[in-house]
Design a protein around this ligand. Structure first.
Ligand code: ASP
Ligand code: MG
Length: 320
C-alpha cells in the first residue's frame, strides 16, 4: 500500500526523478540488502573473535593525513578546527589502551579529486570496517581477514538460500590462504601501475605486501634495514581492485617522528597524538580497514560503486 502511494506522488524536478530512479533501481536495492547482511556477518564474526565494537569518531582535531591528495574537510566547533574523519587510524591505536581487539563500522569523508568519479571505486563518503589488535602481527591480521572473507561469502550464500537476499549463483567462496605477492614482484610482473592488471588476472583475492615507504602514510611500520613497510593491501579479482589496507604500526615516538619528517607532514597537525606517543601511550599493534562498499561491489559483481549505496557521494558532484 505504502509503495503504491509513493509511486503516484510524482516528484517535480529531474533531480528528484534521478534520486527516485536510483532508490528503486533493482540492482541498487539488491546491493544494499547484500551490504546489510555483510555488515551483520562481519560484526558477528569479529565479536566471536573477541573484538569490541566501538562507535565511530566523526570529527576530531586529528585524522589520517593519507598519502594521496584530498581536499581538507573540517568544521569549526567552539572556535576549534575539527577535521572530518578520513580514517580512524590514530583513534584505533589509542583505543588499544582500553581493549586488546577493537573494530568500528566507520564512516569516512575523503574529498577526492573530481576525476575519481569515473574510477568506479571512489565515493567521497564511504564506510570502512576498521580494526586493530594490540600486539598483533601483520600475519595475524591477514589470517583473520582470510577467515572473515570466507565467513562472509558462506553467510551470503546461506542468506540467499533463505531468500533474504538475491545473489548471483556464480559468486564463489574464496579459497584460503590467499596468495601473497610483494609490491616489487607485482611491479616486475606487470610494470608500474600494476593494480588493475593484477586484479583482472587473478581468480582469488591476493595480498599485496611490502609496499615502498614512499607510497604509504607514515604510520605503517618500516621493516628495519629496508625501504619497504610491514604492511599489506588486499586485491580482489575480476578487476574490483583494492579493498583493504593495513599493516603493523609504528608506535615508538622516535620512529614516528623520523617517518613524519620523511613525509613532510606537519607535526602541529598531529600534536595531540604525538604527545601521547612521547609518553609511550601508543601500544604496539597491527590492523587494517576494508571498504564496505567495495566488498559489496565484489560480492554482487557490480562495476560502479555508486550502485552500492542509496545515497552515493560521487566525487565532484552535488549529492543528496
Ligand atoms: N584504515 C586503514 C588502516 O587501518 C587505513 C586506511 O583507511 O587507508 O590501515
Ligand atoms: Mg588503501
Amino acid at each position: 500500500m505504502k509503495e503504491e502511494r509513493l509511486k503516484t506522488q510524482k516528484p517535480e524536478s529531474s533531480l528528484s526523478w534521478q534520486t527516485y530512479g536510483h532508490l528503486t533501481d533493482p540492482q541498487v536495492r539488491q546491493a544494499v540488502s547484500v551490504q546489510s547482511e555483510l555488515i551483520w556477518l562481519s560484526q558477528s564474526f569479529l565479536r566471536n573473535e573477541g573484538f569490541v565494537q566501538l562507535l565511530p569518531t566523526i570529527i576530531s582535531p586529528i585524522t589520517d593525513p593519507l598519502n594521496n591528495e584530498v581536499d581538507e574537510a573540517s568544521i569549526n566547533c567552539y572556535d576549534n578546527r575539527y577535521r572530518l574523519t578520513q580514517s580512524m587510524i590514530f583513534h584505533k591505536q589509542l583505543s588499544l589502551n582500553a581493549y586488546e581487539k577493537i573494530f568500528i563500522v566507520s564512516p569516512n569523508i575523503r574529498l577526492e579529486r573530481p576525476f575519481k568519479a569515473s574510477t568506479g571505486v571512489h565515493l567521497f563518503e564511504f564506510t570502512q570496517i576498521d580494526l586493530e589488535v594490540r600486539n598483533g602481527s601483520r600475519e595475524d591480521i591477514m589470517d583473520l581477514i582470510e577467515h572473515l572473507t570466507v565467513y562472509i561469502a558462506c553467510g551470503l550464500k546461506e542468506s540467499a538460500l533463505n531468500g533474504r537476499i538475491d545473489i548471483s549463483s556464480e559468486m564463489s567462496i574464496p579459497t584460503i590462504p590467499f596468495e601473497k605477492v610483494s609490491y616489487r614482484q607485482a611491479e616486475d610482473r606487470f610494470g608500474r601501475g600494476f593494480e588493475v592488471q593484477l586484479s583482472r588476472e587473478i581468480k582469488n583475492p591476493v595480498w599485496l605486501t611490502d609496499v615502498p615507504v614512499t607510497k604509504r602514510e607514515f604510520y605503517d611500520r618500516l621493516k628495519d634495514g629496508t625501504s619497504v613497510l610491514d604492511d599489506m593491501d588486499l586485491i580482489l579479482p575480476q578487476g574490483h581492485g583494492e579493498v583493504l589496507s593495513g599493516g603493523r604500526r609504528e608506535h615508538e615516538y622516535d620512529r614516528i617522528i623520523r617517518r613524519i619528517e620523511m613525509k613532510g607532514v606537519s607535526q602541529d597537525s598531529l600534536r595531540w597524538y604525538l604527545d601521547l606517543a612521547r609518553e609511550g601511550l601508543i601500544p604496539p599493534s597491527s590492523g587494517c580497514g576494508f571498504g564496505v562498499e567495495r566488498l559489496t561491489k565484489y560480492f554482487c559483481g557490480i562495476d560502479d560503486i555508486a550502485q552500492t549505496r542509496l545515497f552515493p557521494k560521487v566525487p565532484g558532484t552535488l549529492c543528496l
